[in-house]
Structures are given as C-alpha cells and as structure tokens.
Design a protein around this ligand. Structure first.
Ligand SMILES: C[S@@+](CC[C@H](N)C(=O)[O-])C[C@H]1O[C@@H](n2cnc3c(N)ncnc32)[C@H](O)[C@@H]1O
Length: 341
C-alpha cells in the first residue's frame, strides 16, 4: 500500500538520485487509467531503472509545486467503515439521504451512479453478507478491490488480466492481503487456504445471483492470488485532504497521520510505476475524491526519476527499513537511508 508523504520539512529537502535511463517501457492507458489532463501530455515517461524495476522519469524540467498529472483509478473501493459516508464510486464525502442513494450505498451524483453501472449492476444482484463478514472479522481491505474487479470483468468493462501490467508482490501469501500497518495483535494470517475460502465466498455470492458458470470461469485461485498480490504492492490508501491550496494539502495530509482519515483504497495505472524514496521529490494527493494528483515537491531536472514516499517518512531509519522490507519486499537504498538518517 502506498500512502502519502506527510512531512513539510521533507518536502523541502533536495536530494536527487541519478539513474541511468534504460529501455523505455511503453504503457497503455485504459479508460480507467487514463490521465485527466488531456490538453498536453504529462512531462514524464516510464523507463527501466537500474535496481528498482520500472520507474517514472521527467521528460523536461518540472517546477516545484507543479501539478505533474492527475489519474483516475483502475479500480477503487471504500473502506467498510466509510460505505455510509462516501460515494461508492468516487469516494467523495457524501451526506446520507442524498437523492442518489441506491440500496445500502451512496452515490454523490447521477454521473457517479451511471459510471458505477460497470460493476454495480452485477454486484447488487448478489448477497455479499458472508463475504463481507469474512473480511470484516479479519480486517481485510484488499478482497473488496478484487470483488469489484471481478464484477467489472463480468460486466465487460475491463478484462480479467487488467492488473497483469503491475508488479506482483514478492511476498509470502501470509502477508499478501494484509493491511501493512495493522498492529500485530490485530493481524490475521491470510494464507492460501484462507484466500481459497474468500474466493469461494466470492463465487458463491455471484452464483447465487444466477450468474452463469461460463461468466465466472476466470475466477480461479491463480487469478485471485495474482490480483491480490498486485493490489498488495500497488494499491494506495486514499486520504481526502479537502483543502484547495497546496499548503492546505500538505497541512491536512500531515494532520491525517493522527486521524487515520483513510476512506478507501485504489489502484492507478501511472502512479503505480512511481518508485519509493524516503526523501521524495513528488507527492500524491487526493483533494475531494479518488482522482489522484501528482505534484512536484521541489524542482526536478529533465531525466531525473520521480519518486514518492510509500510510508510515513517521519519514522526513523530502522522503522522505515523494516516496513519497506516486510511490507513491500525491498531494501531501501535511497540517499537518505544510505546516509543512515
Ligand atoms: C509500486 S511498485 C513501483 C513500480 C515498480 N518498480 C514496477 O516496475 O512496476 C513498487 C515496487 O517497486 C520496487 N521499488 C520501489 N521503490 C524501490 C526502491 N527505492 N528500491 C528498490 N525497489 C523499489 C519494489 O519492488 C516495490 O515492491
């Protein structure tokens, strides 16, 4: 899971990493992963790095504070605790009693209700109570993204392999579907047999709604574990900042460390190619809904890699290394870690 940078001081530091640019990686954006700003292409490209797989690089100088690009999610889902507070499609705060309510979920606008048809027409026919109870008792978030993706595949708005472009987690099955920052006493092992149980519950809900078996043939354990493993590494925790200025965004993002203001989770196309740095030059923020904004934290030179911070950068060296190693499967060798800061 990739949370947001919270520290104002860190935003001011200016360390860059010179990475040799290797083979360009050409990516395709689908209708969910497409960028909002179509007027001019964003000043970035995805290339191979020397040691961190693919990464995002500047194609021109980017000014501090510049909005680099925006992105819509490939798949998103509110937290169970937010279902009665935010739009079921775009995660915008939505007062109960809105005209756009549908059964037990809320939509902030007719447009979102329309957009949600891509999964909601399938989802609303099924009884999800057993699946929800399973996830609720284990504090699991990611299976809801897999469930929504499954409904999108069935209704034909996306393909079963739509997440295959993302790097899968090189982690044990035990932690693939875990929320990385759960306190130890709350953590529940989710091994393969538990994932099989989840998949059974997902299938049963869909079969119970009268769905034909041939429409569910993609729901294999390989599909489910592959999807969860990619979600595990590439999903962002959405925290709505709600401010309008850049300063507001930084301040409210910082405040949200205390309040754990997460409203949901989402996977994006381009943002998922950003690598991590404990002293990042780029920041991802959400203002009022799930649409992500990537902003420069300082001047970035042409050819420089753009990196965001996946964790709470205010933690000390050892804590950061531990989380990145156990939660993301890599040893961080950013300049800040190398200097033992
Ligand atoms: C969200 S993905 C970033 C894009 C990824 N490099 C790719 O090729 O798809 C996160 C993964 O990238 C790699 N990664 C990100 N930041 C890294 C870093 N600072 N050092 C080493 N590997 C890193 C790790 O394998 C991590 O699990």
């Amino acid at each position: 899971m990739l949370p947001i940078l919270r520290s104002r001081q860190l935003a001011q530091r200016c360390l860059t990493q010179n990475k040799r640019l290797l083979t360009p990686y050409s990516f395709a954006t689908d209708r969910h992963g497409s960028m909002l700003n179509r007027a001019s292409p964003p000043p970035i490209q995805v290339l191979l790095t020397e040691s961190a797989g693919r990464g995002v690089f500047a194609t021109r100088k980017i000014e501090s504070g510049e909005l680099i690009h925006t992105a819509k999610p490939v798949v998103s889902h509110p937290l169970l605790s937010s279902i009665d507070k935010v739009c079921y499609y775009c995660l915008k705060n939505t007062p109960k009693g809105s005209n756009f309510e549908a059964q037990k979920v809320l939509f902030c606008s007719e447009e979102c209700r329309e957009q949600a048809k891509g999964f909601y027409e399938v989802e609303k026919e099924a009884d999800w109570s057993a699946f929800i109870a399973h996830c609720r008792t284990r504090s699991l978030k990611y299976p809801f993204l897999a469930k929504r993706l499954a409904c999108m595949v069935i209704s034909g708005v996306t393909s079963a392999d739509s997440l295959n472009v993302f790097q899968p987690a090189l982690l044990s099955p035990q932690i693939i579907s875990q929320y990385p920052y759960l306190p130890k006493q709350n953590s529940v092992t989710n091994d393969i047999s538990q994932m099989e149980e989840e998949l059974d519950l997902l299938r049963c809900a869909l079969e119970g709604s009268g769905m034909k078996t041939e429409h569910l043939s993609f729901l294999t354990i390989e599909w489910y574990t592959g999807v969860l493993s990619r979600i595990r590494i590439n999903a962002f925790r959405i925290e709505l900042a709600g401010g309008s200025s850049y300063e507001d965004l930084l301040t409210s993002a910082y405040a949200s460390v205390e309040s754990e203001a997460s409203v949901g989770n989402a996977v994006y196309m381009l943002p998922s190619f950003y690598n991590h740095d404990c002293d990042p030059n780029t920041h991802i923020v959400w203002v009022e809904n799930v649409d992500a904004k990537l902003k420069a934290l300082r001047d970035i030179e042409k050819g420089e890699e753009l990196r965001i911070c996946y964790i709470d950068a205010s933690m000390d060296h050892d804590a950061r290394q531990n989380i990145l190693s156990s939660g993301f499967g890599f040893k961080c060798s950013c300049p800040r870690c190398l200097s033992n800061d």
